[in-house]
Design a protein around this ligand. Structure first.
Ligand SMILES: Nc1nc2c(ncn2[C@@H]2O[C@H](COP(=O)(O)OP(=O)(O)OP(=O)(O)O)[C@@H](O)[C@H]2O)c(=O)[nH]1
Length: 546
């Protein structure tokens, strides 16, 4: 095939050549006479290339110089066994103007980015130096930069603290040099002070919730409040809820933090309504009181509303951090399961029972431990008439009190002592700790900030110390709801209850820690028994396990 013909229709001679190439080697005609046996064997070998197929022929006819047999099969590179890409196996192009490929990054060169970052940093420092006023976001940056010249978090920090902003910012403990500021942050009555620094919406297998991050005057930990309150997100839920139900909102978050704070500041810290979406920029109405009023407890008296006895009280769990149980799925304890179970129960719709509150009011002011509910009944006692179903609501206060307050390092050491045969209580004592070093003062203040202290809560726990600790801090507990380990629930399972069984099967089939199945095993068994037998937890060991 001549070069001049390469882009035109194939001639008869081209087709003849192709017919020859693609014909079976056995049809090539008689072989020339052989002089030696070995030579004959060699010549008798079939043709090296196998017959070409229709796709190859069409490629040749199309006249492309770039198609080769290797391209057709993406030939393997013999030594590495890997497959060559089209580019690697392409023969040098005879074209006088080979196509050029250039890579272009849409990002500025690193040197330019570093220069812009340095400029922005210097500018921020200048602004901080020249003015004690918080920086607002009203003036637009002159040009688009790789980082925002005035990060909004700095604006938020400046508006809440006299200290210079830093990444490890803590409202009550800004820096060691501001210790006088931190000391001034305790109330006259000596109560812990808390402030919700930010809130955001998180979708989860149990529905959407609001995660609140708190700073406090007692320690430098970031304690959390996980609020489930569907009426804030869904009009249908709002309609289904009893009239007068209040949203669970943080007073300190919604308060005015500084004069002239911007809409953007309020939205970024989470003081917004419903669900954020592009274009929606409406924050909540700030509460009348300033942040100082909230912290000094003045608003508590102003905000008191009549208690809505008709509504079901919010379900609250005070949960202590457990890295091993919640993050790596340890079955030495049931903490991961408890966190999941708490969120699940809080999100469950509730039956309105008007008599509940009245029955439990008598316990609220006494020091007596509230009655243990029957586990088969679920989360509410079966007093009162069955009423209509209303959306569930409540909070998990997630306290960073790892290892019952001794910290992760000490808990890991305690586990090794447990492996020598000691139970969870003895192991703590051997390390020089108390059996339980947790406190509930910060949790109580967070509940107060969420306006749940006066209204009354149903507390999800088996632990008598939690009931007592919170009551002493002035939290009104109208009911204690037991936490039954899922594995123990299975032992008391009513197999005739199809719905319950189906639910149980679904949970067992779950993946991931949140939304997953039951924790179980001999170590968990021992842990649970110790809590009941040595720590007074108010839960019955199933009969067949005694
Ligand atoms: N020191 C120590 N802490 C543990 C151990 N196992 C779990 N924890 C911690 O115990 C805390 C949970 O406390 P629990 O006693 O399981 O339960 P509780 O919160 O007191 O009681 P409930 O409200 O009924 O669940 C978490 O902080 C865990 O990190 C252990 O073996 N030793």
């Amino acid at each position: 095939m001549s070069h001049s013909q390469s882009h035109s229709a194939p001639s008869q001679s081209d087709l003849d050549v192709l017919a020859l190439l693609t014909s079976d080697s056995t049809n090539l005609g008689p072989l020339p006479p052989q002089s030696q046996q070995g030579q004959r064997n060699k010549k008798a070998l079939p043709k090296r290339d196998s017959p070409m197929d229709a796709l190859m022929i069409s490629a040749v006819i199309a006249g492309s110089e770039k198609i080769s047999r290797h391209h057709f099969g993406h030939g393997a590179i013999p030594r590495t066994g890997t497959y060559a890409s089209c580019d690697e196996s392409r023969p040098a192009s005879p074209s006088p103007h080979p196509a050029k490929f250039t890579m272009r990054s849409s990002q500025a060169p690193r040197s330019e980015r570093l220069r812009l970052e340095a400029e922005a940093k210097a500018k921020t420092q200048d602004q901080q130096g020249s003015s004690s006023n918080p920086i607002t976001m009203t003036s637009k940056p002159k040009r688009k930069m790789s980082i925002d010249p005035v990060p909004i978090s700095q604006t938020l920090q400046l508006s809440s603290s006299p200290s210079s902003p830093s990444h490890s910012f803590n409202y009550f403990h800004p820096t060691p040099s501001h210790s006088s500021f931190a000391a001034a942050s305790t109330t006259k009555s000596g109560r812990a002070k808390v402030r919700c620094m930010a809130r955001t919406r998180i979708p989860t297998p149990h529905g959407e919730l609001f995660l609140h991050l708190y700073h406090n005057s007692q320690d430098t930990k970031e304690h959390l409040a996980i609020v489930i309150d569907p009426i804030q997100l869904d009009d249908k839920a709002r309609k289904a809820a009893p009239k007068g139900r209040k949203e669970i909102r943080s007073k300190s978050l919604d308060a005015v933090w500084r004069e002239g704070e911007t809409e953007m500041e309020r939205i970024v810290r989470g003081a917004y309504l419903g669900r954020l979406s592009p274009g929606q920029t409406t924050s909540t109405q700030p509460t009348d009181n300033s942040i100082d009023d909230v912290e000094m407890g003045i608003s508590e008296q102003l905000d008191e509303l009549p208690i809505q006895d008709q509504d079901v009280k919010p379900l609250v769990r005070i949960h202590s951090e457990c890295y091993t149980g919640e993050t790596i799925g340890s079955m030495r304890c049931d903490c991961g399961e408890q966190l999941d179970e708490a969120l699940r129960q809080i999100a469950l719709p509730q039956q309105l029972k008007s008599q509940i509150s009245n029955q439990f009011h008598q316990h609220a002011h006494g020091n007596g431990i509230l009655p243990t509910p029957d586990p088969s009944r679920g989360s509410s006692p079966s007093v009162g008439e069955r009423g209509r179903t209303v959306p569930g609501r409540g909070v998990v206060i997630y306290l960073r009190q790892e290892g019952r307050g001794i910290g992760l390092l000490e808990k890991i050491r305690a586990y090794n002592l447990q492996d020598l045969g000691n139970d969870t209580v003895t192991a703590n004592l051997m390390l020089g700790h108390g059996a339980d070093e947790r406190k509930y003062d910060v949790a109580a203040e967070i509940l107060r900030d969420l306006d749940l202290a006066e209204e009354g809560i149903r507390l999800l726990t088996n632990n008598p110390e939690k009931v007592e600790g919170l009551s002493k801090e002035g939290i009104r507990i109208v009911e204690r709801v037991g936490m039954i380990p899922r594995d123990w629930k299975c032992h008391t399972q009513n197999e005739n209850d199809e719905k319950e069984y189906k639910e149980y099967r679904e949970r067992r089939a779950g993946v991931g820690l949140i939304g997953s199945g039951a924790a179980k095993g001999p170590e968990l068994e021992k842990y649970l028994r110790t809590k009941v037998e040595r720590m007074g937890h108010m839960i019955d060991i199933p009969e067949n396990l005694q």
